[in-house]
Design a protein around this ligand. Structure first.
Ligand code: PBG
Length: 323
């Protein structure tokens, strides 16, 4: 009987539950993603229809919004840029005066303590919406590496604290590491989107970043959702190429993959609760079908319990009011 009742004895009061709680969500676990618009209009703030509460922000608006979040205790952000013009080579991604390069500089200037992470990819900057260069309707892996490396170095020069390649080209972590080292940024860490599935949960993000592929899909470079062993292989490859933190994305449908990595790889892990996961919870909450605060805290605690040291979530700003 002693064993049978042990669990219940420890659940009897809030004090006891607090003492035996295994996972506690902290501010420093959370990263808030932002979409930054390249625009002359300083006051532009465009709501993203499929992501209530999220916006495309002009640089001054971004600084204001981040300022308010930092006052509430926000510790880190990840930035996505929306350039004024797109082209087949995605030149906006690595332009020295590109929107992300500018945003990083301003953010670090105003909030030196804030950890600024940049997403390194071409899809927001290419006219065809793919994550790499295209020839004869196919994404060209190797020629893309050089552009990704150039993008990462330009973010480092602007003052980024960490770069996060999300393109899923083979060999990009190595290419980015080498380029950063050569440019003197030997201490700048890489958080690799190592285990990134070809997911329909990215739908709202592609509206937000205006980055839907204009033809085909991303299944030749992103992973098949049916595969977990392949996730481990991708993670090992990125580790051997020099990644400092590995990410699993999306989060909630892939918690088993996150746990598998946690048990098999000795690197810190991150998980990205992506746009579709956010929209799902928001939509249900707006209907009054779910208790938003409780569901958000439960989902983020679950992601941490599964093995994530860092959680990228569009709920981060809101959560600061709750923990
Ligand atoms: C860029 C990128 C994507 C996301 C993060 N970086 C989109 C994609 O691969 O299509 C998705 C994030 C989200 O859905 O919130 N490659």
């Amino acid at each position: 009987m002693g064993d049978f009742f042990r669990g219940r004895r420890l659940r009897r009061s809030k004090g006891l539950r607090d003492i035996v709680r295994e996972t506690v969500l902290l501010r420093e676990d959370l990263v808030q993603p932002y979409f930054v618009l390249e625009t002359e209009d300083k006051d532009l703030e465009i709501p993203i229809g499929s992501m209530p509460g999220q916006h495309q922000l002009s640089l001054p608006k971004l600084l204001k919004r981040v300022g308010a979040a930092v006052d509430k205790g926000l510790r880190s952000v990840i930035l996505f840029g929306i350039p004024e013009k797109k082209d087949p080579e995605g030149t906006g991604a690595y332009a020295p005066d590109g929107i992300i390069q500018e945003a990083v500089g301003e953010l670090k200037n105003r909030f030196p303590e804030l950890m600024v992470i940049t997403d390194v990819c071409l899809c927001e900057y290419t006219s065809h919406g793919h994550c790499g260069l295209i020839r004869e309707q196919y994404v060209q892996n190797d020629p893309t590496l050089e552009l990704l490396a150039r993008t990462a170095v330009s973010h480092a020069r602007a003052g980024a604290d960490m770069v996060a390649p999300s393109d899923m080209m083979d060999g990009r972590v190595k290419a980015v590491r080498r380029a950063l080292d050569e440019a003197g940024h030997v201490a700048l860490p890489i958080m690799s989107y190592a285990v990134k599935y070809a997911s329909s949960f990215y739908g709202p993000f592609r509206e937000a970043a205006q980055s839907s592929p204009q033809f085909g899909d991303r299944k030749s470079y992103q992973m098949d959702s049916a595969n977990s062993l392949e996730g481990l292989r991708e993670a090992r490859a990125d580790k051997s190429e020099g990644a400092d933190i590995l990410m699993v994305k999306p989060a909630m449908p892939y918690l088993d993959v996150l746990r598998r990595l946690k048990d098999n790889i000795d690197l810190p892990l991150a998980a990205y609760q992506v746009s579709g996961e956010y929209s799902m919870i928001k939509a249900a909450a707006m209907q009054g079908w779910l208790d938003e605060k409780q569901v958000v805290l439960e989902s983020l605690t679950g992601i941490k319990r599964a093995g994530a040291g860092l959680i990228l979530s569009y709920f981060s700003e809101q959560v600061l009011d709750w923990i």
